[in-house]
Design a binder for this molecule. Structure first.
Ligand SMILES: [Fe+2]
Length: 448
């Protein structure tokens, strides 16, 4: 056994891949710390918790970045001060030493997102079921909604700011049912569950909502059962499968979907989508291809694109808006599914050792594709989440927060950026007592 620079203990006989080294490497200690060190000042109006999920293999080893056990960090901001807590999601796999990855819904690593709806908090990963947490990060357990969630559940449900509904789905890699739509009302009850027909098993990481529609993305990262049985990487880039967008009324079903062919490409994360008359606009972080070299190959880099679906002519206009490489897009949550001017994205990493997190954050004008740049200095960033100043105000009246890691000092920080002075100095850098490994997604949860 040996201890790596990242502080992880591992088996000497294995060469550590990028996703287990540097700040991708896991931490083990669950900590609580108050009165965190702050450079600058935390705006007193900010009152709530920023929770973020990520991959943190308890054994020190995972076969893929996406397989590490889920650990949630929660930074609590109140009266200009900050505290932090981090906890594993307590799954059966964690209890068994980590990494258990059967297809059983309960065997989730629960590592990709943490979402609050109707006062309940869920740790989510797309190949398994939902794990409920409390606001102190205690794990409550698997939640199936009385058996209503019949298989996997996405890590990217959408919260409608107008109706309070949560719209979601689960995809299966093996048929016959490849996709299922779920709709929850504002009180948190599961009110609709619809099977959706797809011709093949594809990876559907995220989807889109507008005021009246959901838009499915049937894109050709395909599952190959024969390869999986033979022990090869089960997903891969298969452009011959085609690429399609499916427009469905939010309260509709499979028979109501209109499918539109588009050029082959892949989208992990849309920025936002909305309706403009008889058109539906989707702004997305799009890759020309993804997983070309198989499931382990996530070296592809997304750029900003706009797809405009014309429901009258039945065509899709595809526009490349910018050639900077970025992903992890967010908008003001008050405008999810509604027309937005601004989207925030994280620059992707440039090196084999750090493919995911770069040192710039972008505030895009989604109309023009122009961006204001926040330079993080020596800090590699993370998903930029918008924190509103209040309930009304301008679209960008608030702050952008992210958890980043300083590669020079090996310290992590919550960076708070004024969204209306985006390229200026950060409002605050809140330093954490131990480093926070690069993670995936999270959300701002205002108090109350
Ligand atoms: Fe994601």
């Amino acid at each position: 056994m040996t201890t790596t620079e990242a502080g992880t203990t591992t088996d000497e006989s294995r060469e550590l891949p990028w996703h287990l080294t540097g700040n991708y490497g896991p931490i083990k200690e669950e900590l609580d710390a108050d009165n965190l060190e702050v450079e600058g000042s935390i705006p007193a109006e900010i009152d709530g918790q920023y929770m973020r999920n990520g991959f943190n293999p308890i054994s020190g080893w995972s076969d893929h970045w996406f397989f590490g056990d889920g650990m949630i960090h929660a930074v609590d901001l109140r009266d200009g001060t900050a505290s932090i807590r981090n906890r594993y999601v307590q799954t059966p796999g964690l209890a068994a030493g980590g990494g258990a990855m059967s297809m059983d819904p309960k065997d989730s690593p629960a590592n990709t997102n943490v979402v609050r709806h109707a006062g309940r908090i869920f740790a989510l990963e797309e190949a398994h079921g939902m794990y409920e947490m409390d606001q102190d990060l205690n794990t409550i357990g698997l939640e199936t909604f009385d058996g209503g969630i019949v298989g996997p559940f996405t890590a990217h449900p959408k919260l409608c700011p107008t109706t309070g509904e949560m719209l979601a789905f689960g995809y299966n890699v093996v048929g016959p049912e490849y996709l299922r739509y779920y709709r929850f009302d504002a009180a948190g009850a599961l009110v609709q569950s619809e099977p959706i027909t797809l011709p093949a098993g594809v990876m559907i990481h995220d989807f889109n909502i507008t005021q009246n529609h959901v838009v499915w993305m049937d894109l050709p990262v395909c599952f190959d059962l024969e390869k999986a049985i033979g022990g090869e990487a089960p997903f891969g880039w298969t452009p011959d499968n085609g690429s399609r967008l499916g427009v469905m009324p939010r309260n509709g079903g499979d028979a109501d979907i209109r499918w539109f062919d588009i050029e082959p490409g892949y989208v992990l994360h849309p920025v936002n989508s909305w309706e403009e008359g008889d058109k539906i606009v989707l702004v997305v972080c799009r890759l020309d291809s993804f997983m070309d070299g198989g499931f382990d190959d996530i070296s592809g880099k997304a750029e900003l694109w706009r797809w405009t679906i014309d429901l009258t002519t039945g065509t899709v206009k595809e526009e490349h808006l910018d050639d900077r490489k970025s992903d992890f897009p967010r908008v003001n949550d008050r405008l999810v599914g509604l027309k937005t001017r601004f989207g925030y994205t994280q620059q992707l990493g440039h090196t084999p050792e750090n493919p995911s997190m770069g040192q710039e954050v972008y505030k895009y004008d989604l109309e023009t594709g122009e961006a204001e740049v926040h330079n993080l200095g020596n800090v590699n960033g993370g998903e930029p989440v918008f924190v509103p100043r209040g309930e009304g105000g301008a679209e960008d009246d608030g702050w952008v927060v992210l958890l980043g890691h300083d590669v020079e000092t090996d310290r992590s920080e919550l960076r708070i950026i004024d969204a209306q002075d985006f390229s200026g100095a950060p409002v605050a850098r809140v330093f954490t007592p131990q480093r926070v490994p690069y993670g995936s997604h999270g959300n701002w949860m205002p108090r109350g």
